[in-house]
Write a protein that binds this ligand. Structure first.
Ligand code: GDP
Ligand code: ZN
Length: 345
Protein backbone atom coordinates (compact mmCIF):
# COMPACT_ATOMS: atom_id res chain seq x y z
CA UNK A 1 0.00 0.00 0.00
CA UNK A 2 1.60 3.23 -1.09
CA UNK A 3 0.60 6.52 0.34
CA UNK A 4 1.40 10.05 -0.60
CA UNK A 5 3.26 12.18 1.89
CA UNK A 6 0.19 14.34 2.31
CA UNK A 7 -1.74 11.32 3.54
CA UNK A 8 0.42 11.00 6.59
CA UNK A 9 -0.87 12.47 9.76
CA UNK A 10 0.72 12.70 13.17
CA UNK A 11 -0.38 9.20 14.11
CA UNK A 12 2.13 7.89 11.61
CA UNK A 13 5.03 9.54 13.33
CA UNK A 14 6.73 6.99 15.48
CA UNK A 15 7.18 8.70 18.77
CA UNK A 16 7.66 5.68 20.97
CA UNK A 17 10.95 3.86 20.87
CA UNK A 18 9.31 0.71 22.19
CA UNK A 19 7.09 0.31 19.17
CA UNK A 20 8.96 -1.99 16.86
CA UNK A 21 8.14 -2.49 13.21
CA UNK A 22 5.10 -1.04 11.55
CA UNK A 23 1.66 -0.63 12.96
CA UNK A 24 -0.58 -3.64 12.42
CA UNK A 25 -2.90 -2.96 9.53
CA UNK A 26 -4.65 -6.21 8.80
CA UNK A 27 -7.79 -6.51 6.68
CA UNK A 28 -9.62 -7.49 9.84
CA UNK A 29 -8.75 -4.30 11.61
CA UNK A 30 -8.66 -1.55 9.05
CA UNK A 31 -10.43 0.84 11.40
CA UNK A 32 -8.90 3.70 13.31
CA UNK A 33 -6.10 4.44 10.89
CA UNK A 34 -6.03 7.91 12.33
CA UNK A 35 -5.70 6.76 15.93
CA UNK A 36 -3.26 8.71 18.06
CA UNK A 37 -0.72 6.98 20.31
CA UNK A 38 -0.65 7.82 24.00
CA UNK A 39 0.65 6.67 27.37
CA UNK A 40 -1.70 5.87 30.26
CA UNK A 41 -0.64 7.77 33.37
CA UNK A 42 -3.64 7.19 35.64
CA UNK A 43 -6.82 5.14 35.88
CA UNK A 44 -9.83 6.15 37.90
CA UNK A 45 -13.22 4.45 37.75
CA UNK A 46 -13.24 3.69 34.04
CA UNK A 47 -11.60 6.98 33.06
CA UNK A 48 -8.06 6.89 31.77
CA UNK A 49 -5.64 9.80 31.83
CA UNK A 50 -3.53 9.55 28.70
CA UNK A 51 -0.58 11.65 27.67
CA UNK A 52 -0.39 12.12 23.90
CA UNK A 53 2.29 13.68 21.75
CA UNK A 54 5.00 12.37 23.99
CA UNK A 55 7.98 13.36 21.88
CA UNK A 56 11.08 11.25 21.73
CA UNK A 57 14.13 12.19 19.70
CA UNK A 58 13.93 14.87 17.04
CA UNK A 59 10.20 14.99 16.36
CA UNK A 60 8.69 16.57 19.41
CA UNK A 61 5.02 17.28 19.21
CA UNK A 62 2.96 19.37 21.57
CA UNK A 63 1.94 17.31 24.55
CA UNK A 64 -1.47 17.21 26.06
CA UNK A 65 -3.38 15.26 28.61
CA UNK A 66 -6.46 13.52 27.31
CA UNK A 67 -9.20 11.85 29.29
CA UNK A 68 -10.40 8.66 27.64
CA UNK A 69 -12.68 5.71 28.08
CA UNK A 70 -12.26 2.21 26.77
CA UNK A 71 -13.90 1.54 23.42
CA UNK A 72 -16.56 -1.12 23.62
CA UNK A 73 -14.70 -3.28 21.10
CA UNK A 74 -11.95 -3.88 23.64
CA UNK A 75 -14.41 -5.81 25.78
CA UNK A 76 -13.02 -6.86 29.12
CA UNK A 77 -9.44 -6.22 28.22
CA UNK A 78 -7.76 -4.45 31.10
CA UNK A 79 -5.89 -1.20 30.63
CA UNK A 80 -3.44 -0.14 33.32
CA UNK A 81 -1.00 2.62 34.08
CA UNK A 82 2.03 2.28 31.83
CA UNK A 83 0.06 0.96 28.87
CA UNK A 84 0.73 2.39 25.43
CA UNK A 85 -2.62 2.87 23.72
CA UNK A 86 -4.17 4.29 20.56
CA UNK A 87 -6.91 6.90 20.84
CA UNK A 88 -9.70 8.13 18.59
CA UNK A 89 -12.48 10.65 19.08
CA UNK A 90 -11.96 13.77 21.10
CA UNK A 91 -8.20 13.62 21.34
CA UNK A 92 -7.71 17.37 21.57
CA UNK A 93 -7.73 17.36 25.34
CA UNK A 94 -9.35 20.03 27.46
CA UNK A 95 -12.27 19.96 29.85
CA UNK A 96 -15.17 17.64 29.02
CA UNK A 97 -13.42 16.12 25.99
CA UNK A 98 -13.57 12.34 26.09
CA UNK A 99 -11.51 10.18 23.74
CA UNK A 100 -11.78 6.43 23.18
CA UNK A 101 -9.01 3.89 23.58
CA UNK A 102 -9.21 1.51 20.64
CA UNK A 103 -5.95 -0.43 20.94
CA UNK A 104 -3.49 -1.48 23.59
CA UNK A 105 0.08 -2.10 22.44
CA UNK A 106 1.47 -5.51 23.51
CA UNK A 107 3.17 -5.08 26.87
CA UNK A 108 6.91 -5.44 27.37
CA UNK A 109 6.47 -6.27 31.04
CA UNK A 110 3.64 -6.88 33.46
CA UNK A 111 3.84 -6.41 37.21
CA UNK A 112 1.21 -8.55 38.90
CA UNK A 113 -0.04 -8.98 42.40
CA UNK A 114 -2.81 -10.94 44.04
CA UNK A 115 -4.78 -10.05 47.18
CA UNK A 116 -3.31 -13.04 48.99
CA UNK A 117 -1.25 -16.08 48.10
CA UNK A 118 -4.09 -18.38 47.18
CA UNK A 119 -6.32 -15.84 45.47
CA UNK A 120 -6.77 -16.92 41.84
CA UNK A 121 -7.63 -13.37 40.80
CA UNK A 122 -4.48 -11.62 39.76
CA UNK A 123 -4.31 -7.94 39.27
CA UNK A 124 -1.97 -6.25 36.83
CA UNK A 125 -0.61 -3.25 38.68
CA UNK A 126 1.54 -1.66 36.01
CA UNK A 127 2.56 -2.39 32.42
CA UNK A 128 5.86 -1.73 30.65
CA UNK A 129 7.95 -0.90 33.71
CA UNK A 130 11.57 -2.02 33.78
CA UNK A 131 12.52 -1.39 37.40
CA UNK A 132 10.83 -2.17 40.72
CA UNK A 133 11.87 0.25 43.43
CA UNK A 134 11.24 -1.29 46.83
CA UNK A 135 11.07 1.49 49.40
CA UNK A 136 11.69 0.50 53.00
CA UNK A 137 12.35 2.67 56.04
CA UNK A 138 15.31 1.73 58.22
CA UNK A 139 13.15 2.71 61.22
CA UNK A 140 9.68 4.07 61.96
CA UNK A 141 8.28 1.83 60.62
CA UNK A 142 10.79 -1.00 61.09
CA UNK A 143 11.92 -2.77 57.90
CA UNK A 144 9.83 -5.81 57.02
CA UNK A 145 12.25 -8.28 55.43
CA UNK A 146 9.56 -10.78 54.48
CA UNK A 147 7.64 -8.10 52.59
CA UNK A 148 10.86 -7.05 50.88
CA UNK A 149 11.55 -10.68 49.94
CA UNK A 150 8.09 -10.92 48.42
CA UNK A 151 8.64 -7.75 46.40
CA UNK A 152 11.96 -9.18 45.18
CA UNK A 153 10.19 -12.35 44.02
CA UNK A 154 7.61 -10.23 42.21
CA UNK A 155 10.37 -8.20 40.53
CA UNK A 156 12.35 -11.25 39.39
CA UNK A 157 9.19 -12.97 38.22
CA UNK A 158 8.20 -9.95 36.12
CA UNK A 159 11.76 -9.48 34.83
CA UNK A 160 12.06 -6.05 36.42
CA UNK A 161 15.35 -4.98 37.97
CA UNK A 162 14.90 -4.54 41.70
CA UNK A 163 16.25 -1.46 43.47
CA UNK A 164 16.13 -1.16 47.25
CA UNK A 165 15.65 2.33 48.61
CA UNK A 166 16.33 2.54 52.33
CA UNK A 167 14.84 5.69 53.82
CA UNK A 168 15.18 7.46 57.16
CA UNK A 169 18.90 6.76 57.52
CA UNK A 170 18.88 9.65 60.01
CA UNK A 171 16.94 7.39 62.38
CA UNK A 172 18.92 4.15 62.05
CA UNK A 173 22.27 3.04 60.68
CA UNK A 174 21.79 1.11 57.42
CA UNK A 175 24.91 -1.04 57.96
CA UNK A 176 23.15 -3.98 59.63
CA UNK A 177 20.40 -4.12 57.11
CA UNK A 178 22.79 -3.85 54.18
CA UNK A 179 24.98 -6.57 55.53
CA UNK A 180 21.97 -8.84 55.60
CA UNK A 181 21.06 -8.11 52.03
CA UNK A 182 24.60 -8.03 50.65
CA UNK A 183 24.65 -11.67 49.41
CA UNK A 184 21.61 -10.89 47.28
CA UNK A 185 23.53 -8.42 45.19
CA UNK A 186 20.54 -6.10 44.92
CA UNK A 187 21.30 -2.50 44.04
CA UNK A 188 20.42 -0.04 46.75
CA UNK A 189 20.26 3.64 47.61
CA UNK A 190 20.15 5.04 51.13
CA UNK A 191 18.21 8.27 51.73
CA UNK A 192 17.45 10.61 54.59
CA UNK A 193 15.77 13.95 55.01
CA UNK A 194 17.10 16.47 57.45
CA UNK A 195 18.48 19.91 57.96
CA UNK A 196 21.29 19.27 55.50
CA UNK A 197 18.75 18.51 52.77
CA UNK A 198 17.64 15.28 51.15
CA UNK A 199 20.62 12.93 51.23
CA UNK A 200 20.67 10.24 48.59
CA UNK A 201 18.20 11.95 46.30
CA UNK A 202 20.83 12.62 43.66
CA UNK A 203 21.95 8.97 43.66
CA UNK A 204 18.35 7.83 43.39
CA UNK A 205 17.68 10.24 40.56
CA UNK A 206 20.58 8.73 38.65
CA UNK A 207 19.12 5.23 39.00
CA UNK A 208 15.73 6.38 37.76
CA UNK A 209 16.90 8.42 34.82
CA UNK A 210 15.72 7.08 31.47
CA UNK A 211 13.78 4.22 33.03
CA UNK A 212 10.20 3.37 33.92
CA UNK A 213 10.28 2.60 37.64
CA UNK A 214 7.48 1.39 39.86
CA UNK A 215 7.73 2.45 43.50
CA UNK A 216 6.26 0.10 46.08
CA UNK A 217 6.41 0.17 49.84
CA UNK A 218 4.49 -0.16 53.05
CA UNK A 219 2.76 3.09 53.93
CA UNK A 220 4.72 5.44 56.14
CA UNK A 221 8.11 4.51 54.71
CA UNK A 222 8.57 7.89 53.04
CA UNK A 223 7.60 7.02 49.49
CA UNK A 224 5.52 10.19 48.95
CA UNK A 225 8.33 12.28 50.36
CA UNK A 226 10.61 10.80 47.70
CA UNK A 227 8.09 11.24 44.90
CA UNK A 228 7.46 14.85 45.90
CA UNK A 229 11.17 15.56 45.88
CA UNK A 230 11.70 13.88 42.51
CA UNK A 231 8.64 15.39 40.84
CA UNK A 232 8.01 18.69 42.60
CA UNK A 233 4.71 19.40 40.89
CA UNK A 234 3.28 15.98 41.64
CA UNK A 235 1.54 17.49 44.68
CA UNK A 236 1.20 14.13 46.33
CA UNK A 237 -0.21 14.39 49.78
CA UNK A 238 2.41 13.52 52.35
CA UNK A 239 0.82 11.54 55.14
CA UNK A 240 1.84 11.77 58.75
CA UNK A 241 2.94 8.56 60.44
CA UNK A 242 0.61 7.74 63.26
CA UNK A 243 2.76 7.98 66.37
CA UNK A 244 0.87 5.20 68.13
CA UNK A 245 0.80 2.55 65.44
CA UNK A 246 3.78 3.72 63.40
CA UNK A 247 1.60 3.27 60.36
CA UNK A 248 1.07 6.00 57.84
CA UNK A 249 -2.31 6.65 56.33
CA UNK A 250 -3.05 5.77 52.76
CA UNK A 251 -2.62 8.78 50.60
CA UNK A 252 -3.74 7.52 47.22
CA UNK A 253 -5.86 4.71 45.85
CA UNK A 254 -4.24 3.63 42.59
CA UNK A 255 -1.02 3.81 40.65
CA UNK A 256 -0.06 7.03 38.89
CA UNK A 257 2.79 7.67 36.45
CA UNK A 258 4.79 10.86 36.87
CA UNK A 259 7.52 12.00 34.55
CA UNK A 260 10.87 13.02 35.95
CA UNK A 261 11.12 16.70 35.06
CA UNK A 262 13.10 17.37 31.90
CA UNK A 263 13.86 13.71 31.31
CA UNK A 264 12.79 10.58 29.59
CA UNK A 265 12.20 8.70 32.83
CA UNK A 266 8.99 7.87 34.66
CA UNK A 267 8.23 7.02 38.25
CA UNK A 268 5.03 5.13 38.87
CA UNK A 269 3.81 5.67 42.40
CA UNK A 270 1.58 2.99 43.91
CA UNK A 271 -0.56 3.06 47.06
CA UNK A 272 1.10 1.84 50.25
CA UNK A 273 0.96 -1.94 50.48
CA UNK A 274 0.61 -4.24 53.49
CA UNK A 275 1.28 -7.42 51.60
CA UNK A 276 2.22 -8.59 48.15
CA UNK A 277 0.27 -11.68 47.15
CA UNK A 278 2.15 -14.04 44.85
CA UNK A 279 -0.50 -16.56 43.85
CA UNK A 280 0.48 -16.01 40.22
CA UNK A 281 4.06 -17.21 40.73
CA UNK A 282 4.50 -20.88 39.89
CA UNK A 283 5.12 -22.74 43.16
CA UNK A 284 7.92 -24.86 41.71
CA UNK A 285 9.76 -21.77 40.49
CA UNK A 286 9.72 -19.66 43.64
CA UNK A 287 13.16 -20.98 44.55
CA UNK A 288 14.54 -19.50 41.31
CA UNK A 289 13.75 -16.09 42.74
CA UNK A 290 16.04 -16.68 45.71
CA UNK A 291 19.40 -16.56 43.93
CA UNK A 292 21.27 -16.73 47.24
CA UNK A 293 19.63 -20.06 48.13
CA UNK A 294 19.16 -21.73 44.77
CA UNK A 295 22.74 -23.06 44.43
CA UNK A 296 22.21 -24.90 47.72
CA UNK A 297 19.46 -27.03 46.18
CA UNK A 298 22.08 -29.05 44.29
CA UNK A 299 22.17 -31.41 47.26
CA UNK A 300 18.38 -31.77 47.53
CA UNK A 301 16.61 -35.06 46.80
CA UNK A 302 14.71 -35.25 43.52
CA UNK A 303 11.43 -33.34 43.66
CA UNK A 304 12.34 -31.64 46.92
CA UNK A 305 9.75 -29.09 48.00
CA UNK A 306 12.48 -27.30 49.98
CA UNK A 307 10.17 -27.47 52.97
CA UNK A 308 10.95 -30.99 54.14
CA UNK A 309 13.43 -32.75 56.35
CA UNK A 310 15.73 -33.98 53.57
CA UNK A 311 16.06 -30.52 52.04
CA UNK A 312 19.72 -29.56 51.61
CA UNK A 313 19.03 -25.88 52.19
CA UNK A 314 19.35 -26.14 55.98
CA UNK A 315 22.89 -27.38 55.57
CA UNK A 316 23.62 -24.78 52.91
CA UNK A 317 22.51 -22.01 55.25
CA UNK A 318 24.34 -23.53 58.24
CA UNK A 319 27.56 -23.64 56.22
CA UNK A 320 27.32 -19.87 55.82
CA UNK A 321 27.33 -20.05 52.03
CA UNK A 322 24.06 -18.12 51.83
CA UNK A 323 25.55 -15.26 53.83
CA UNK A 324 24.57 -13.76 57.18
CA UNK A 325 20.89 -13.48 56.24
CA UNK A 326 20.73 -17.11 55.09
CA UNK A 327 18.54 -18.35 57.93
CA UNK A 328 16.12 -15.44 57.62
CA UNK A 329 15.97 -15.87 53.87
CA UNK A 330 15.29 -19.60 54.17
CA UNK A 331 12.56 -18.81 56.68
CA UNK A 332 11.17 -16.29 54.20
CA UNK A 333 11.26 -18.84 51.40
CA UNK A 334 9.49 -21.51 53.46
CA UNK A 335 6.81 -19.14 54.71
CA UNK A 336 6.21 -18.14 51.14
CA UNK A 337 6.01 -21.77 49.99
CA UNK A 338 3.54 -22.59 52.76
CA UNK A 339 1.44 -19.52 52.14
CA UNK A 340 1.42 -20.28 48.43
CA UNK A 341 0.28 -23.84 48.96
CA UNK A 342 -2.52 -22.66 51.24
CA UNK A 343 -0.95 -23.44 54.59
CA UNK A 344 -0.93 -20.78 57.25
CA UNK A 345 1.95 -18.33 57.38
P1 GDP B 1 4.54 7.16 52.53
O1 GDP B 1 3.34 6.69 53.28
O2 GDP B 1 5.49 6.05 52.26
O3 GDP B 1 4.22 7.95 51.32
O4 GDP B 1 5.36 8.11 53.55
P2 GDP B 1 5.48 9.71 53.63
O5 GDP B 1 6.33 10.22 52.54
O6 GDP B 1 4.14 10.27 53.77
O7 GDP B 1 6.34 9.85 54.97
C1 GDP B 1 5.87 9.38 56.21
C2 GDP B 1 6.52 10.19 57.33
O8 GDP B 1 7.91 9.94 57.36
C3 GDP B 1 6.35 11.70 57.15
O9 GDP B 1 6.12 12.26 58.42
C4 GDP B 1 7.69 12.13 56.59
O10 GDP B 1 8.01 13.45 56.93
C5 GDP B 1 8.63 11.17 57.30
N1 GDP B 1 9.89 10.94 56.56
C6 GDP B 1 10.05 10.73 55.23
N2 GDP B 1 11.36 10.56 54.94
C7 GDP B 1 12.04 10.69 56.09
C8 GDP B 1 13.43 10.59 56.44
O11 GDP B 1 14.33 10.36 55.61
N3 GDP B 1 13.75 10.74 57.76
C9 GDP B 1 12.79 10.97 58.71
N4 GDP B 1 13.21 11.11 59.97
N5 GDP B 1 11.49 11.06 58.42
C10 GDP B 1 11.11 10.91 57.14
ZN1 ZN C 1 15.29 -28.71 49.03
Amino acid sequence: MSRRASDYDESDVRIRPSRRGSRPRSKDRPAHEDALPGFVTAVDRGRYTVLVGRGVGGKRMPERVVTAMKARELGRKGIVVGDNVDLVGETGGGRDALARIVRVTPRESVLRRTADDTDPFERVIVANADQLVIVSALANPEPRPRLIDRCLVAAYDAHLDPLLVLTKADLADPADFLQHYAPLDVEHVVTSTGESGFDGLEALHERLSGRVSVLVGHSGVGKSTIVNALVPDARRATGVVNDVTGRGRHTSTSAVALRLPGEDGWVIDTPGIRSFGLAHVDLGRIIENFPDLEPGTAGCPRGCTHDEEECALDEWVASGQAGPAGAARLDSLRRLLRARSGEAD
